[in-house]
Design a protein around this ligand. Structure first.
Ligand code: 26V
Length: 822
């Protein structure tokens, strides 16, 4: 009953052409003669959307009809990237659309570039959610993504005088052709006020929450296509609006300021994405956002569950929730509230349902990133939830005391309330207590959760802990972004690997085929030329596509150590200045990434990169061998350009700090070699591709911990390492700051005195390893072999594999695809 090809949605070339012209006229409202590239993009997007709708509505209907257990992925961020090219691929319309647009004299690649990406995420966590939606739909898993429709997404970055400057991201300016507003499915969310309790006629204790404010959540739905699966799942994002009643009540009683205030309060909630890596603690609007989208989503789930004819008592049998970090963990208390206060269940039944509904993914071990809310603020915004949390805590702690008698230290450590000094609600503890499973995102990360950050919870409930190593979608990150390599691969091993990445292993045998290696290099060169042109257009810097492209693109953070990369660049610079004509292979160092607006040292790292780039790129003694480029405004769209073009991938975080990394996987799939530490998923990537095809350096996580415990003295390393000393001295000398000896002092002093991320401890190991990389690159045949082995052994790192593990080990979902009940 899947009708996708009627008069209106036929996929023949003539029908596509007619549809583009019709949509241009009837939806965009333009004649072809005056239409802009943006108008043509919109017309094409609507043409593609029309061909998604039948799949979408059929999928929805099937899930209801077959009573399928459904995954609800709750995430404050979805970093989707542009939809058009991905949807065309997943529909299997690449050739037809190219033909249709070309017959209309339209440049398809130019139209694709018109789409402004929905940047509704910061980085790894938000992009992971997007890859997982792709895989869920591809595998035919009944699933829905729930989040916030921020009006302003991740800020845009420009560089002025070498410094980052932030600009707002009004991504909805030209309209969003992919979303459908569904005002009939709105819900109400309350804030503030107080609670009242009483005994009902049967003696039952009842509580009513009298809120201070009520806002409305309106869902906006975007279809998420599976790769040639015929399935389209839904991403449902909530927008906050004022409720008419609250607004008008105040207005009519003459309280105009109150009315306007209520409207501002409501509309602010979904206004802007918080840039993370910043001190979020104590930002009340952030807590409002988290509660808003979590409450909207849970109410929506319950309504849909009941509308499908199911009893509330069976909620957890049909609905499973994945908490993407602690951001939606207030959901544990909210589901309890909804079940008890609204649906009339008793505590025990409500807890049985709740604790079998939620699962929690942890994405970071950094202590400053663990969410805690000041208790007074929490209590005034969510008074009923605080009561519920106290009750959950009382029951949890009394069970804990039974299990571990006379261990009040443990009780204090594990309590949902932090009582050392100022009191806080600990969101990770709430998530752990309320969840059936807790998972880390790479093997090492999960082990460190168990031994460190969540050790007490692991001792109490070892069976809850499970690892699911991250993955990325080969559709967007290979087939869409690297058509040149994809075409070469298809010519040798067919195209099944796009939907089943384990099959790329068939590429292995071509590593030993010199003709194939030559083709592989030609493809790589063509892709690098593409990036070279983009760099010239955006920065004016001329780079040589024959040089090694050495790339580090990710958020700017001290633990990711962009400045360690810089120390090597400066080391090479000093060597070349000392020994003119020194033989080293030409290298282009590419950086991209945003610093949180309030993170001064990260911004100073950007300034140092751009300052070093200016000096090196303009120094004729070295600029044939070294180039440094900082590419502004790194985002998904730009990632799609840089991952395919890189020869070397920098994954150089301090061991134990990067939970997984996912850029590491995108690079390797595209044939880049990795220089990296034994951190996050690097460890598993190195195992998969073979130790001989990976450039390893640096301390292990255990060595890092031991070094810190023993007392780490970076200044001694500075004193005893001549090359390092010269590099550091050159930064302080003002050589890269037009004589200003103070500019980089905060950065350098931090390294000399504390160096919390152990750059100096890893410096020599990194430099030696980078020198080995240079030697290896000089042997192009050897390099190509390693590159092919990398690409061919990345099957495990498809997000399809990750999602299969979630289905099997966490969600208990065994039926894949609506047409294939097992
Ligand atoms: C948040 C914050 C907030 C306050 C200050 C410091 C700080 C540092 C990092 C973060 C990010 C936390 C969430 C996140 O994006 N984690 C990333 O998740 C990816 C997907 O699992 C994973 O690959 C990355 O290693 C991890 O950093």
């Amino acid at each position: 009953d899947l009708i996708v090809d009627d008069d209106r949605t036929s996929i023949t070339v003539p029908a596509l052409k007619q549809a583009i012209l019709d949509n241009l006229f009837y939806v965009v409202g333009k004649r072809a003669e005056v239409a802009t590239d943006m108008d043509h993009f919109m017309a094409l997007a609507y043409t593609v959307r029309d061909r998604i709708l039948a799949r979408w509505l059929t999928t929805k209907g099937d899930y209801v009809k077959h009573h399928m257990r459904t995954v609800h992925y709750l995430s404050a961020e979805f970093l989707m990237g542009p939809h058009l090219a991905n949807n065309i691929l997943n529909l299997g319309l690449q050739e037809a659309v190219r033909q249709a647009t070309s017959e209309l004299d339209l440049d398809l690649d130019l139209l694709i570039k018109q789409e402004s990406e929905p940047g509704l995420g910061n980085g790894g966590l938000g992009r992971l959610a997007a890859c997982y939606l792709d895989s869920l739909a591809t595998l035919g898993v009944p699933a829905m993504g729930y989040g916030i429709r921020y009006e302003y997404g991740m800020f845009h970055q420009t560089i002025r005088d070498g410094w980052q400057v932030e600009l707002t991201d009004y991504w909805l300016r030209y309209g969003n052709p992919w979303e459908i507003r569904r005002p009939q499915a709105d819900v109400e969310v309350a804030f503030g006020g107080h609670t009242q309790s009483w005994r009902d006629p049967f003696g039952e204790y009842k509580v009513q929450w009298i809120p201070g404010e009520v806002v409305k959540g309106i869902p906006y739905d975007t279809p998420i296509l599976g790769y040639r699966s015929g399935v389209a799942n839904t991403l449902r994002l909530w927008r906050s609006e004022a409720t008419e009643s609250f607004y008008f009540e105040r207005f009519n009683s003459g309280d105009y300021e109150g009315a306007v205030g209520a409207k501002v309060f409501a509309e602010n909630i979904s206004k802007v994405l918080y840039p993370n890596d910043e001190e979020i603690r104590g930002k009340e609007l952030r807590l409002q956002q988290q509660y808003f989208f979590t409450s909207c989503s849970l109410q929506d789930m319950i309504r849909r569950h009941q509308n499908a004819g199911h009893a509330i008592e069976n909620f957890h049998e049909l609905c499973v929730v994945q908490l993407n970090d602690t951001h939606p963990s207030i959901g544990v208390a909210e589901l309890m509230r909804l079940l008890i206060d609204i649906h009339g269940l008793g505590w025990d039944k409500a807890w049985e349902i709740t604790s079998h509904t939620f699962n929690y993914t942890n994405h970071t071990l950094l202590p400053e990133a663990l969410e805690r809310w000041p208790l007074p603020m929490f209590g005034s915004l969510l008074p009923r939830h605080l009561e519920i949390i106290y009750e959950i805590n009382a029951r949890f702690l009394s069970a804990l005391r039974e299990r571990f008698p006379n261990d009040e230290d443990r009780v204090a450590r594990m309590s949902l309330i932090d009582e050392h000094g100022e009191r806080y609600v600990r969101m990770a503890h709430l998530a752990c207590v309320g969840s059936e499973h807790i998972n880390g995102v790479a093997r090492l990360h999960t082990e460190l959760l168990k031994s460190d950050v969540l050790h007490d919870f692991y001792e109490l409930w070892p069976e809850k802990f499970i690892n699911v190593t991250n993955g990325v979608t080969p559709r967007r990150w290979l087939a869409v972004s690297n058509p040149e390599q994809t075409e070469l691969m298809i010519s040798k091993i067919g195209q099944d690997w796009i939907g089943d990445l384990d099959r790329v292993s068939q590429l292995e045998r071509y590593a030993e085929d010199s003709a194939f290696r030559a083709d592989w290099r030609n493809v790589q060169y063509a892709v690098k030329v593409r990036l070279t042109q983009y760099i010239a257009n955006t920065t004016g810097i001329a780079v040589d596509p024959k040089s090694m492209f050495d790339a580090q693109v990710k958020r700017i953070h001290e633990y990711k150590r962009q400045h360690l990369n810089l120390l090597y660049i400066l080391t090479q610079y000093q060597r070349l200045k000392k020994t003119p004509g020194l033989e080293i292979p030409a290298r282009t160092f590419l950086f991209g990434g945003k610093a949180a607006p309030g993170y001064f040292i990260a911004k100073l790292i950007i300034k140092l990169i751009t300052s070093v780039a200016e000096v090196i790129n303009n120094d004729p003694e070295v600029n044939q061998q070294l180039k440094v480029v900082f590419l502004p405004d790194y985002n998904v769209t730009f990632g799609q350009l840089v991952y395919p073009a890189a020869d070397l991938s920098e994954q150089i975080s301090t061991a134990g700090k990067e939970a997984s990394g996912t850029g590491n996987m995108k690079f390797a799939m595209n044939g880049a070699l990795t220089i990296g530490t034994l951190d996050g998923a690097n460890i598993e990537i190195r195992e998969a591709v073979g130790h001989e095809n990976f450039f390893l350096f640096g301390l292990t996580a255990a060595e890092v911990a031991a070094k810190k415990a023993a007392g780490y003295h970076p200044h001694q390393i500075y004193e005893s390492n001549g090359e390092l000393r010269e590099v550091i001295d050159s930064i302080v000398s003002g050589q890269f700051s037009r004589g200003d000896r103070n500019l980089f002092r905060p950065l350098v002093d931090g390294l000399l005195n504390t160096d919390p991320y152990l750059l100096f401890a890893d410096y020599q190991s990194y430099v030696d390893c980078q020198d080995q990389v240079g030697k290896a690159y000089s042997d192009q045949e050897g390099w190509s072999k390693m590159s092919i082995y990398n690409a061919a052994r990345m099957g495990r790192f498809s997000s399809d594999r990750s999602i299969q593990e979630y289905c099997r080990n966490i969600w208990n979902i065994t039926r894949f695809g609506v047409d294939a009940p097992q």
